[in-house]
Design a binder for this molecule. Sequence first.
Ligand code: HPA
Ligand code: MG
Length: 212
Amino acid sequence: MDPIVIPDEPRGLDSSDRKFPPEYDGHFDRLLITREEIKDRANALADLIHKDYKGKRPVLLCVLKGANNFYMHLSEALQDLCQGFYTEFLRVSSYDGLNSTGMLEIGGGLKYKDIEGKDVILVEDIVDTGHTLFNLLPVLKSEAKPLSVECCTLLSKRLDKPAHYSAKYVGFTIPNHFVIGFGLDYNELYRDLQDIWVISQKGIDFDQSTMH
Ligand code: HPA
Ligand code: MG
């Protein structure tokens, strides 16, 4: 099943009923994807995964911190389908603010033996340049020797040049803007939003030291 395409042009979503902390006022250019749309899409992705992994127990490997929110939705949807799975967590960061630093830090206490010989589904918030997965996957494959590895990402950014990696399960493809919310951050802010938004210049310029 193809991903849902979020078009480049604004869809004119009504954002007046959206909830967010007051300190974020003015930090968004537009509402990009609602939490209701995310939930529906997580259910559809769980259906796909269930079709492919019926009778197996894949390891759902959550890439922290960003994928946490999506992971919860996806695992609930898999539970509804009586699909068994293991849960593991891994922490990587390759972003510093808006720019890919080119550096990948892997941590979070994942023990390679926990995924050895197992079918692994990496759960990601976003595939942007694909840099993270392009660098992470070879390490995982050679160090942990899983039986198989696929990636399930909530978002995939449409870029001018082809990404380094494309995921098997993709929730939405999105325009080339910096997006925040539903786990996705900008300098550790905005993970606490229920919906996904495009950040505004005011959000980018915001001085966190003014907050308590
Ligand atoms: N938003 C938040 N985090 C990200 C993005 C983005 O657009 N791309 C890669 N990491
Ligand atoms: Mg980040």
